[in-house]
Design a protein around this ligand. Structure first.
Ligand SMILES: C[S@@+](CC[C@H](N)C(=O)[O-])C[C@H]1O[C@@H](n2cnc3c(N)ncnc32)[C@H](O)[C@@H]1O
Length: 244
């Protein structure tokens, strides 16, 4: 595996809270399209990688699916339990995903762009072949991914709420993205400041398709989850099946 320079812990208390309040709705808007695909999957347990604050996991359980969630950030796991009660959510990563067979594996919110917590990045062909091998025959892998385009992706912005403010800057060089994020979270009369740097690895669309093909997965790529949920620029929704 290739080592990336920043294996710092991701999603501390402040950023986890801001993500849950301000950004988790993107995954929830994709829910109808995800449910439509999951209904065609074989019967059996499902796995969600990078469950974050647990909103999608709770919604999938409420829809009657048997789902195990994995989330590396302790702050997120704490928040998920505070918001949704006892959830089948464990500490864990995509790199150490438990053996299946899983009827479906979900990784929503650019989860597969991240490296492992130790900074190592499994090349795309190995990553997708390994996840594909954990699927039951006919099982489906659903994820969204940032991909490389003709120009490097760059930008900055901020968002705020009564209780928080988050500012970020993103830059990309040769398929390696770096997002610097500063979060201010109100705590009573004072503000807590946290800074995180997230390193992500972005394939070209050709590399992604080659990796899916080599993994023996049938697949469909789209710029949106269903009609209602377009993704931001340079993100793809990927639906891949292990042939039955
Ligand atoms: C943008 S958040 C999305 C969270 C949630 N899925 C959602 O859509 O709201 C990215 C998530 O990926 C998780 N993550 C990062 N690296 C990971 C890895 N190697 N394995 C599994 N999850 C990872 C983060 O902890 C975080 O929960």
């Amino acid at each position: 595996m290739t080592a990336l320079p920043s294996p710092a812990p991701l999603y501390g208390d402040a950023l986890a809270r801001v993500h849950a309040d301000g950004f988790e709705d993107a995954a929830l808007k994709a829910l109808p399209a995800l449910l439509a695909r999951l209904k065609k999957a074989p019967q059996g347990p499902m796995l969600e990688l990078g469950s974050g604050a647990g909103g999608l996991l709770a919604a999938l359980l409420a829809a009657g699916f048997v789902v195990q969630g994995l989330e590396p950030s302790q702050a997120f796991r704490r928040l998920a339990r505070a918001r949704h009660g006892a959830l089948p959510l464990r500490a864990g990563t995509a790199e150490a995903a438990p053996k299946g067979p899983w009827a479906a594996i979900l990784a929503i919110g650019e989860v597969l762009n991240y490296c492992a917590p130790d900074g190592a990045f499994e090349p795309w062909p190995e990553k997708l072949a390994r996840l594909g091998s954990l699927l039951a025959p006919g099982g489906v892998l659903l994820f969204d991914l940032m991909v490389q385009g003709p120009e490097p992706l760059a930008g900055a912005g901020w968002r705020e709420d009564e209780h928080w403010l988050v500012a970020h800057r993103f830059s990309e060089r040769r398929g390696r993205g770096r997002r610097e994020i500063t979060t201010f979270l109100r705590r009573g009369n004072s503000w807590m400041r946290q800074h995180e740097v997230h390193e992500v690895v972005m394939p070209t669309v050709a590399q992604l398709e080659q990796a899916l093909h080599r993994a023996g997965l049938a697949y469909r790529l789209a710029a949106r989850w269903g009609r209602r949920q377009p993704l931001p620029p340079r993100r793809l929704a990927v639906e891949a099946w292990r042939r039955g």
